[in-house]
Design a protein around this ligand. Structure first.
Ligand SMILES: Nc1ncnc2c1ncn2[C@@H]1O[C@H](COP(=O)(O)OP(=O)(O)OP(=O)(O)O)[C@@H](O)[C@H]1O
Ligand SMILES: [Mg+2]
Length: 593
């Protein structure tokens, strides 16, 4: 006994129970929204149980009438029994439909909620997870919660009610039967403990394995071209088979355990039934009970064993629920982005619509969570109608600077803010410190292909739903994309495949730029967005952007010095700093290219 107490104290100390309690509270925060549905579902369960018990009572009367122990209309009782059976069927079907429809709605609601929470989670924190892992957590773990959240409490109440009412009925008729019916209880309790432990273990392993498989598939399908090019098809098929083998072994291992458990439980159930049966025959033979009562006892002993094992199965279900809750909490409890200043940003934008917006980054230092130190003392500024270029060796921090500007990551020290027009008064008033809300003021063309599947027009309207065809075409012209879109048989209604498929790299880049221009943001960030274009087209695109009357502040990163002459200022990013290059230094870069 002392050992047991010590065991639980240790568990509490190690925080495992506390963690499970925290996970339960988290699930409750969802469950309480659906209390109405739960009450309804529970009541339906109660009605079903009531009807079932009533029909076992009626069948007892029927047997008694037939065997002459009771006088009564056989036909009438038979009709009532049939009626009750049909009633049970109907109640079961309604209950199934209602619970299925509620589960689906709850599932969709929880998934939408978690989806939104993942979207507003801090970007850098999210990058610590593989997309496959995120997907599995979002789909499987959410489904676990949604199916469990509704059924757990109602089922607990329904099984308890079923057990207690059947038990009371047995005790009222003949308490000796109750002893027989309860014979199986210790075995059930013991088995469920072992099963529970295995279940916790299996739950965690299967979730991790699911995430691994989904990540593998997702990455394989999206890199199919590389896999073919390196002749890796056989290797990848083998890898998949290996993962599947591990998965199947794990599942079968658990299945074997389940088979043994249910074999044992069924044997116990049979033993209980046969002893009840023997005891019943003896009681009928000694004239203590009627045939009808015996039939009823046999039915009820089934109900008792059934509801006991159903109650026992709720324990592993609770464990499964908390495991999934824990996996989702890992994600939704990561730092969130703060969008509380959206209104302020909208007003700021409206105020400076004519003059445009300037950007100031002063003495920034920044390191990634992995420890990579990128900036120590970096400063840069950009103004409306300017194009600023960031140059520098690969891996020095050009993309990181754009992420800082977009507040996808936060500087450790230094100031990053926006102000209206050209004049920096130096005063804090009128400044808008960079935050996730200020992202609304930017258009961003990231490195790599970022078009979605859908038509060109749909892709464009993603960023401006009310854009007219003319507006779209104007932006395609500015980005030099109209040259090839115009020649397509379906023009702006041509389909783009996933990640820009069906178009050349340079064409997809021009489409991405057009999309960014259509958004008409005061600030435009282009990260190597023209790298796949020939020099002439690249210059033309930048010139078009400059000549557009829209008061735009534009920052581009580039490895190609040939476009630098089109820029107002060039910053070289090197050794954690941003240094403005003079004309000689730019000429040198061009010559060295
Ligand atoms: N998500 C990340 N987590 C941790 N470190 C990162 C991350 N992204 C980039 N880094 C590191 O930060 C440094 C700067 O990377 P960044 O992508 O800003 O370089 P870049 O100048 O844009 O290079 P390129 O010209 O090749 O695009 C590199 O050393 C890189 O390894
Ligand atoms: Mg980069």
């Amino acid at each position: 006994m002392r050992d047991k107490i010590q065991f639980y104290i240790n568990r509490i100390k190690s925080g495992r129970l506390k963690e499970m309690w925290r996970q339960t509270l988290w699930i409750y925060s969802y469950a309480r929204r659906y209390w109405g549905a739960m009450v309804f579902y529970t009541l339906l369960g109660f009605v079903g149980t009531g009807v079932g018990l009533l029909s076992s009572w009626v069948s007892k009367s029927l047997v008694d009438i037939i065997t002459g122990h009771q006088s009564g209309a056989v036909v009438g009782t038979f009709a009532v029994m049939i009626g009750l059976n049909i009633g049970t069927m109907i109640v079961n079907q309604i209950s199934e439909y209602v619970s299925a429809s509620i589960s689906m709605k709850v599932d969709a609601e929880i998934k939408a909620d978690i989806f939104e929470k993942i979207m507003v989670t801090d970007w850098e924190a999210l990058t610590g997870y593989h997309t496959g892992d995120l997907l599995t957590r979002w789909s499987s773990d959410c489904s676990n919660i949604s199916s469990g959240v509704l059924s757990f409490i109602p089922n607990l109440l329904i099984y308890l009610f079923r057990f207690i009412s059947a038990f009371a009925m047995v005790v009222c008729q003949d308490w000796t039967f109750a002893l027989f019916a309860m014979m199986g209880m210790p075995v059930t309790v013991l088995l469920s403990r072992t099963l529970m432990r295995r279940m916790v273990n299996n739950n965690q392993r299967s979730a991790a394995m699911g995430a691994k498989l989904s990540g593998f598939n997702q990455e394989t399908f999206s890199n199919i071209q590389t896999i073919k090019a390196f002749s890796l098809i056989r290797l990848y098929v083998e890898r998949l088979k290996q993962l599947q083998k591990e998965y199947i072994e794990m599942r079968l291992d658990f299945r074997k355990m389940s088979i043994w458990t249910s074999l044992l439980l069924s044997t116990v159930g049979l033993a209980v039934s046969y002893s009840s049966y023997g005891w019943g025959i003896y009681r009928v033979w000694s004239g203590v009970i009627t045939y009808g009562t015996m039939t009823m006892f046999l039915t009820l002993s089934g109900t008792l064993t059934g509801s006991l094992s159903s109650l026992a199965s709720l324990v592993p279900m609770a464990i499964g629920l908390t495991t999934s809750a824990g996996r989702l909490m890992d994600i939704v409890e990561m730092p969130r982005e703060d969008y509380s200043r959206d209104d302020e940003v909208d007003q700021f934008r409206a105020k400076w619509r004519q003059e445009g917006i300037s950007l100031q980054m002063s003495h920034l230092s920044f390191s990634y969570r992995t420890g990579t130190r990128v900036f120590t003392d970096a400063s840069l500024e950009a103004h409306p109608h300017e194009i600023i270029a960031l140059v520098g060796p690969s891996g020095e921090g050009k993309t990181t600077m754009l992420r800082l500007i977009l507040s996808l990551i936060q500087p450790k020290t230094g100031e990053a803010y926006l102000y209206g027009g050209w004049e920096n008064s130096g005063e804090e008033e009128g400044r808008l410190v960079m935050c996730p809300s200020t992202r609304k003021l930017f258009s961003y063309v990231p490195q790599g292909n970022t078009m979605f599947s859908g038509t060109i027009a749909e892709n464009m309207r993603n960023v401006k739903p009310d854009a007219t065809d003319e507006e779209i075409i104007d932006c395609l012209k500015l980005s030099c994309a109209w040259e090839f879109v115009e020649k397509l048989p379906e023009g702006i209604h041509t389909m783009i495949q996933e990640r820009g498929g069906g178009f050349s790299e340079g064409q997809a880049q021009r489409l991405s730029i057009a999309r960014a221009l259509l958004r008409k943001s005061p600030l435009l960030l282009l990260d190597e967005a023209t790298s796949a274009l020939d020099v002439q087209t690249e210059r033309k695109v930048l010139k078009n952007i400059m000549q557009d009357d829209y008061p735009r502040t534009c920052i581009v990163t580039t490895h190609r010095p040939t476009v630098l002459s089109a820029c107002n200022r060039v910053y070289s990013i090197r050794q954690g700093r941003c240094v403005v290059l003079n004309e000689e230094e730019i000429d040198e870069l061009v010559r060295a290219f």
